[in-house]
Design a protein around this ligand. Structure first.
Ligand code: NDP
Length: 330
């Protein structure tokens, strides 16, 4: 492995002004861990956008190498589960937030955070999926655990053109659901239909204040947006339905009432990818290998290089990224 390698470094001065630099790093700049991974592919998630622009309090240790996801090859390991040459995936566990992360040629990590690359998925596909796609799968699995099936009615996906949204649409369509995609970019309607959406609605229908209950329109859905949008989605969910809440692109608030819960028996299912236990992660990745159409994954992924990461971080927060961004580190 190289003694010196490139990486992105975030730091802040005494006045808490953020600096973002491309730096030459060594292993001494990385935090402790029992496995060193050569990062071959990574990705830019919404959370990476928050970290690099400083628009959200994601980073909690300074300096920090950002980047919450990587796929690569183990170069050294003191962990019994992994040996040099093993192909692995890392999602979350505070990497890029409290532990130096993926936007560098090497990452030193806790081996217990890693999962083996599943059969049928390579590093590029793993990062085209990334935390966003794996969160979409966790959301689908939560809806299934609730007992939702395609015959119960349509499902809505909000933030449809985003990373979680696009993968959720592709997954749900493949599983036989009638998917309603909610987007602020209706000009991308054909793209969303290509992924499997049966209907496309404008997000303006959902972004204003919600009534406690409204006409039943779907059996549930995957919400990437939070705030008024999630309140409207709940108010329009049919009796006994369920909504997986995974995001906050509109806001962290939830201005709703108990009406959908106590009058229609609607369930709100919380989705966290960061600290999800390994068994759930392995199940989600095995399901992604099985249930995600790789042609659709290619269609929703845009490949960039290391030098483009910082621009992509701003673009994702500005809502200018369609689908997923995959970073080729070579
Ligand atoms: P993206 O930025 O790729 O997608 C978010 C989408 O939300 C945008 O593409 C846009 O879709 C829509 N959107 C953006 N701003 C607004 C707004 N003001 N009002 C309504 N809709 C808006 O992000 P990801 O898909 O990667 O992540 C989605 C959310 O999920 C984020 O909040 C992220 O933090 C969260 N997340 C949570 C995880 C968890 O563990 N719970 C893991 C991963 C992500 P369109 O243009 O189609 O309207």
């Amino acid at each position: 492995m190289k003694n010196r390698f490139k990486g992105i470094l975030l730091d802040r001065d005494e006045a808490k002004v953020l600096s973002v630099t491309t730096a030459e790093l060594s292993l001494d700049d990385l935090m402790d861990g029992d496995v060193v991974v050569e990062v071959e592919w990574t990705t830019v998630n919404y959370k990476d956008g928050l970290a690099i622009t400083g628009r959200g309090p994601v980073v909690r240790r300074w300096p920090m190498v950002p980047g919450i996801d990587c796929a690569g090859t183990v170069v050294s390991s003191d962990n019994a589960r992994f040996k040099p040459g093993d192909r692995v995936i890392l999602n979350g566990f505070g990497v890029g937030e409290t532990h130096t992360g993926a936007f560098a040629e090497y990452a030193r990590l806790n081996g217990d955070w890693l999962i083996a690359m599943p059969e049928g998925i390579d590093g590029r596909a793993a990062m085209a999926i990334g935390t966003a796609g794996y969160t979409a799968m966790l959301s689908v699995m939560a809806l299934e655990r609730h007992g939702l099936t395609p015959d119960r009615g349509p499902l809505i996906v909000t933030g449809a053109n985003g990373g979680v949204g696009t993968v959720a649409i592709a997954l749900l369509a493949k599983l036989g659901y009638h998917v309603i995609a909610s987007t602020g970019r209706p000009e991308e309607g054909d793209f969303l239909k290509g992924l499997g959406a049966a209907e496309v609605i404008h997000r303006d229908e959902l972004t204003g204040p919600a009534k406690p209950l409204a006409k039943e329109r779907w059996a549930g859905g995957v919400d990437c947006v939070g705030s008024h949008t999630l309140a409207n989605v709940l108010a329009m969910t049919s009796y006994g339905g369920a909504v997986a809440a995974c995001g906050l692109a509109q806001g962290m608030d939830l201005p709703t009432s108990v009406a959908p819960f106590i009058l229609r028996g609607v369930s709100l299912l919380g989705i966290d990818s960061v600290m999800a236990p390994r068994a759930l992660r392995e199940e989600a990745w095995a399901r992604l290998a099985r249930d995600l159409d790789m042609d659709k994954l290619n269609a929703l992924a845009t490949e960039i290089g290391f030098d483009d990461i910082i621009d992509a971080a701003t673009a994702i927060l500005d809502g200018r990224v369609r689908g997923r961004v995959v970073v080729n580190m070579k």
